[in-house]
Design a protein around this ligand. Structure first.
Ligand code: S3P
Length: 439
């Protein structure tokens, strides 16, 4: 159990439409990577619009404890004095990655090739998540990693010189891909990963921007060892995974119209936009431009009548973090929605298939939990609500159920919301400013 914090319980109720403009916090995936590559490069990297959520702060703390100077200039602006690929020093204590799977898996890749001892741990959720998926390829590179039973954290890493690998990944995972590529940076020769489907490609893009030799052929991506990584200035795009909450809220609440500015629209991340468009959502990408080597756009969204869909398998990796909020859209759409082939959702910050089935059912939705997904019968008239539901300490479950509460006849109380701080610390004030009643 997480400790109970004062704002650990939030209540959502139906009210006025959402209106206005907002900038969402920086992308979590890109923020982690900017700290890591900034630390491993030579020179001073400046990061703007960094996500100051708990997950990224854990990554910053880990690199600080390995001797990297990281200075906060002002909100979201950080300066990292890179130490180079061989400049990290042994941390004198356990590295606590909190709730962050990205921090733990990517750092495992970095640490496997460093000539020192380190221990990675995390909160109760992270200590239940599968780490074998990174231990297996890193061990094939020669890494020495010990874990609890079934590959669970804490992980003990005795870094050593590695050998390159050409690894075929059993599941599409950007974290596994990134762990191998980061281990490959400090390894002589070329290391490669073959994915079953394309997962988010922020690591590849950012490595290229820092000067590494990255080659992609279809679903295979390779990096050459020992590149000269040169410090960069990175502007982190707004996180589409955070924008998803006000965006779906605006689609669902009659009379709403929002402009979400500077949101990352990397094609490996826009699966939710594609799914919602198939459901009939009115979402426009305006002023598409570049930031930090990534495409960004202003998303204009207005209330829309949605209809249920069958989720196409090829969109699943591109929308992997958005299924909790997608299920809320499905619950308020006309007709049935079927999501299958998404068993990965069971090993996220919570078992998201189970958490959404339980949560939506409590709100009055006709939902069936499947082994690898959910079947939802939507009701565009709104939901009964009037219940207290649990987030299972998962930030995205908490925010999704609160958005659902905006279309319930009676208030919805969501318990254990503290982890919203991991990815979207300004969620509650931002939603309130746009007109949502979440207190
Ligand atoms: C992430 C990859 C995804 C995603 C996670 C962030 C990343 O995980 O769910 O929130 O930053 O690389 P998987 O690699 O396990 O799919």
């Amino acid at each position: 159990m997480q400790p109970t914090l004062p704002n650990d319980t939030l209540t959502a109720r139906a009210g006025t439409p959402l209106q206005g403009e907002a900038t969402v916090p920086g992308d979590k995936s890109i923020s982690h990577r900017s700290i890591m590559l900034g630390a491993l490069a030579e020179g001073e990297t400046v990061v703007q619009h960094l996500l100051e959520g708990e997950d990224v702060l854990r990554t910053i703390a880990a690199f600080r404890s390995m001797g990297v100077e990281i200075q906060r200039d002002t909100a979201g602006i950080y300066r990292i004095q890179g130490v180079g690929l061989d400049g990290l020093r042994e941390p004198d204590d356990v590295l606590d990655m909190g709730n962050s799977g990205t921090a733990m898996r990517l750092l495992s890749g970095v640490l496997a090739s460093q000539p020192f001892f380190s221990v990675l741990t995390g909160d109760a959720s992270l200590r239940q998540r599968p780490m074998k998926r990174v231990i297996t390829p890193l061990s094939q590179m020669g890494a020495r990693i010990i874990s609890r039973e079934q590959g669970k954290a804490p992980l003990v890493i005795q870094g050593t010189e590695l050998i390159p690998i050409d690894y075929q990944m059993p599941v599409a995972s950007a974290q596994v891909k990134s762990a191998v590529l980061l281990a490959g940076l400090n390894t002589a020769g070329g290391s490669a990963v073959l994915e079953p489907e394309l997962s988010r490609d922020h690591t590849e893009r950012m490595l290229t921007a820092f000067g590494a030799e990255v080659t992609r052929q279809g679903l295979r991506v390779a990096v050459d060892g020992w590149p000269n990584l040169l410090a960069q200035t990175i502007e982190v795009p707004g996180d589409i995974s955070s924008a998803a909450f006000p965006l779906v809220a605006a689609l669902l609440v009659p009379g709403s119209e929002l402009l979400l500015q500077g949101v990352g629209v990397n094609p490996t991340r826009t699966g939710l936009l594609a799914l919602l468009s198939q459901m009939g959502a009115r979402i426009e990408q305006r002023q598409v431009r570049q930031a930090g080597g990534e495409p960004i756009a202003d998303l204009h969204v207005s209330h829309s009548s949605l209809r249920g869909i069958e989720v196409p398998a090829e969109l699943i990796p591109r929308a992997i973090d958005e299924f909790p909020i997608f299920c809320v859209a499905a619950a308020l759409a006309e007709g049935e929605t079927r999501l299958t082939g998404a068993a990965e959702l069971r090993v996220k910050e919570s078992d998201r298939i189970h958490a959404m089935a339980v949560g939506l059912q409590a709100l009055g939705v006709a939902v069936t939990e499947l082994a690898d997904g959910l079947h939802i019968i939507g009701n565009p008239e709104g939901l009964p609500g009037g219940v207290t539901v649990d987030s299972f300490t998962d930030h995205r479950i908490a925010m999704s159920l609160l958005v659902a509460g905006l279309r319930c006849r009676e208030p919805v109380v969501v318990k254990r919301c503290a982890n919203i701080q991991t990815s979207f610390p300004s969620f509650q004030p931002l939603m309130s400013r746009l007109g949502a009643t979440i207190v």
